[in-house]
Design a protein around this ligand. Structure first.
Ligand code: APR
Length: 320
């Protein structure tokens, strides 16, 4: 991504597509964290411009130097280091993430095609639901190498898992590390065996019944928020995106659960699905393969099947 030694000292340019609840919250977080100048894009005229101006004006108070600009024109996004895709239609109550398949795949294909054309070296981070399928769509629309297209799901799902575990243990969520694998649906796979509180396996600290309840609540975490406020979650999703953007732009080589392309890993081919991976300057640097019990393996395979099914309904013109 960086082309020379002096480039290391220039500011990053970040594009966030979709200036709705998640996109705008993400853009503000990125500016607050001083990760780069932010361009917010939307199809609605005036909305990205107005929200960006409002955020930019928080700079003197929040003490950030970053610029935030809003636009409907992809030329303004040219030369971005990273592009975050939140454009699309969110879930309404009673809808599954797959109900969004047709409309969101068209939106994601169109916006990624435009944005990737003017930022051919960028990393793409896709949040639009159904996220596993949309990551695949984004890769086809951009023609980017598969490692440069990542989907967001696991950081959010595991943040929910960590929140509930920390609450049950009455400890800080900072000390909880947990993994959630598989598709970003209600059959995701929270991996209890690989979850720790301060390095101690959670199975040693919590009763199985409590763990089971937390796993269930994690799987339906998005639906719980939706049921309460009748619209899709966006604070924790935006924080998850900001964490992924930071991992890439600072080349942190974080181990994060992300939606990554599988080319033989876990015995799967030609699919994007949630797995633990090293995330750095090149996007997904490496997918990490963990051992499964028979039960976990079956759960992961069910989850993969639930991503393949909607994928098979789409006819995607392959670019790369
Ligand atoms: N080009 C650019 N922006 C678009 C396009 C398009 N073709 N189509 C829709 N948008 C914009 C909308 O105008 C809106 O501002 O995407 C934004 C979506 O924002 P919200 O409706 O507030 O939805 P949000 O809650 O942010 O969720 C966005 O993330 O979590 C997922 O399921 C969720 O897929 C949904 C996405």
């Amino acid at each position: 991504m960086r082309k020379g030694v002096y480039d290391m000292f220039r500011r990053h340019k970040i594009t966030v597509i979709g200036s709705g609840a998640t996109g705008a919250t993400t853009a503000h977080l990125l500016a607050l964290k001083e990760l780069g100048d932010v361009v917010l894009v939307d199809i609605q005229e005036g909305v990205p411009q107005g929200k960006a101006l409002d955020m930019w004006e928080s700079g003197p108070i929040e003490n950030f130097s970053m610029k935030v600009a809003g636009t409907n024109d992809y030329e303004v996004t040219a030369g971005s280091d990273i592009i975050v895709v939140t454009a699309g239609v969110p879930r309404k109550e009673g809808m599954s993430r797959n109900d969004l398949l047709k409309v969101n795949s068209e939106v994601v294909f169109a916006v990624v095609e435009e944005a990737s054309r003017v930022s051919p070296d960028a990393i793409l981070v896709v949040l639009t639901n159904p996220a596993d399928v949309m990551a695949y769509v984004a890769q086809k629309a951009s023609g980017f190498p598969t490692n440069r297209v990542i989907g967001q799901a696991g950081v959010l799902d595991s943040a929910r898992f960590r929140t509930f575990l920390a609450d049950a243990l009455n400890v800080s969520p900072k000390d909880i590390s947990a993994f959630v694998m598989g598709g970003h649906g209600d059959d995701m796979v929270p991996l209890v065996r690989y979850s720790y509180a301060g390095g101690i396996p959670i199975e040693k600290l919590l009763a199985q019944e409590t763990i089971d309840q937390i796993v269930k609540r994690t799987r339906t975490g998005g639906g719980e928020v939706l049921g309460l406020m009748k619209s899709s979650a966006f604070y924790a999703p935006a924080s998850s995106l900001a964490e992924m953007v930071k991992a890439v732009l600072l080349d942190e080589r974080r181990i994060l659960p992300v939606i990554s392309y599988l080319d033989g890993e876990y015995g799967e081919h030609d699919i994007y699905v949630g797995v633990p991976a090293i995330v750095g300057g090149n996007g997904v640097e490496k997918v990490l393969e963990v051992d499964f019990t028979e039960e976990e393996k079956a759960a992961f395979q069910r989850s993969v099947a639930s991503v393949r099914q909607p994928l098979s309904l789409l006819s995607l013109g392959a670019k790369g």
